[in-house]
Ligand binder design. Structure first.
Ligand SMILES: NC(=O)c1ccc[n+]([C@@H]2O[C@H](COP(=O)([O-])OP(=O)(O)OC[C@H]3O[C@@H](n4cnc5c(N)ncnc54)[C@H](O)[C@@H]3O)[C@@H](O)[C@H]2O)c1
Length: 382
């Protein structure tokens, strides 16, 4: 087993989720590469030192540029706000590193395109994007069932990602600043369900028929002050689309959907069956097999925790129905990243920069559709 030294940029929410995955993955998976938590990058030295001590990072630096100059590092993990994805990711690719980047690929299509192009140029580097929900066993199983033809032709996808951010009480964060985040609920939440729709159905979105974006909370308080700052992103964005197989799809993202907390859900209805997933019950996949007929048809509730390995990833964890949580998706994804870096196949496909760029095109098309109040063909968004 060969080791691979990892550098992490960003040490807060995703920095913790990824550090946990790096620390756990070798305990649960047999892999061709073992990650070494070598160096963490942050902006505040005191906070960074305590983060590194807690999670087991060997070194720290406040300059992400140091990582490109370190020949020993193999994989760089980018877990910074959306406007700090392109520059470090491209620099790392040019330095010959493999790069795993958080989603959305970038705040803007221009940045995402530059990252996709850099990945194409860097022939020896592999890229990955943390669309972690693909690695919930139930979502991976949905992907497999669709690929096996179990729901037949996909007629209709309904995807919603609803959260509750507590309205105006939530202070001004980078996530409410268009210049940093690119968009609001859209880039944050629709990014996940567009990726999930593409992943589960294996189809592309071909046209956005209409979209509506709305900001309900226009001002927020700057943390630690009484000063107000303008929120420049959408709080909710909804759109309708066509799929490449001829089906229709709807997407809804909202940060003001109390009492939903992290209701990331997708339903797909096809000619032979249907599937339904909701992250708030993430161990469950609901499956309807139309062949059972009107007498016995209806939703079957599958608990996707088979310790005998019948469900993707579940066999690496606990006994049947000893359920998994949010962090396991990241560990499962990291296991696949390390498999690929060791020349093996992932359990289900991993999104790379090219793949995430296709999701970014959809996000851009929906933004244009909302702004121009018209339909947008995906072929027109490059
Ligand atoms: N996959 C998921 O489910 C998921 C969930 C949350 C966030 N995200 C994504 O992860 C990324 C980070 O989000 P987060 O919630 O962890 O944000 P966060 O605010 O919690 O953390 C951001 C980190 O980046 C650091 N940072 C910012 N600018 C930097 C710079 N110039 N150089 C070095 N470090 C810098 C900050 O100091 C902080 O440590 C975003 O792209 C976000 O969309 C993904």
């Amino acid at each position: 087993m060969k080791s691979i030294q990892v550098g992490l940029i960003g040490t807060k929410f995703m920095g913790r989720a990824h550090s946990n995955a790096l620390a756990q993955v070798g305990h649960f998976f047999d892999l061709p590469r073992v990650p070494v938590m070598q160096i963490a990058v942050g902006r505040n030295t005191k906070e960074l030192a305590s983060f590194a001590a807690r999670w087991g990072w060997r070194q720290i630096t406040t300059r992400w540029q140091d990582l490109a100059e370190d020949d020993e590092l193999g994989l760089i993990d980018v877990a910074t706000p959306n406007d700090v994805h392109a520059e470090p990711a491209i620099a790392m690719l040019e330095a010959g590193k493999h790069v795993a980047c958080e989603k959305p690929l970038a705040g803007t299509l221009k940045d995402a395109r530059a990252m996709r192009d850099a990945a194409k140029r860097a022939k020896r580097s592999k890229t990955f994007v943390w669309f972690n929900y693909r690695r919930c066993p139930a979502v991976a199983l949905a992907h497999q069932l669709v690929a096996e033809g179990r729901i037949g032709r996909v007629y209709h996808v309904r995807a919603t990602y609803l959260q509750s951010w507590g309205g105006p009480a939530t202070p001004m964060l980078w996530r409410f600043d268009k210049g940093v985040a690119g968009s609001g609920a859209h880039g944050d939440l629709n990014a996940h369900i567009v990726d999930m729709c593409r992943f589960v159905t294996g189809e592309e979105l071909t046209e956005i028929h209409g979209a509506v974006a709305r900001t309900f909370v226009n001002e927020r308080t700057l943390p630690g002050t009484k000063k107000k700052a303008k929120s420049t992103v959408d709080d909710a964005l909804l759109f309708l689309a066509s799929l490449s197989g001829g089906g229709v799809a709807s997407f809804e993202a909202s940060r003001l959907a109390a009492p939903h907390q992290n209701a990331n859900s997708l339903e797909a209805n096809g000619s032979k069956g249907s599937l339904r997933f909701d992250f708030e019950d993430m161990n469950l996949l609901h499956f309807h097999d139309a062949a059972r007929g009107p007498r016995e048809g209806g939703w079957t509730r599958i608990v996707c925790t088979s310790s005998a390995g019948k469900h993707p990833y579940a066999g690496n964890w606990w006994p049947d129905a000893h359920v998994l949580g949010y962090e396991h998706g990241f560990v499962n994804m990291l296991a696949d990243v390390l498999r690929v870096l060791g020349g093996e196949k992932p359990v289900v496909p991993l999104p790379d920069f090219e793949d995430a760029y296709q999701t970014q095109r959809v996000l851009e098309a929906a933004l244009i559709s909302a702004k121009e109040r018209c339909a947008i063909q995906l072929s027109a968004v490059k």
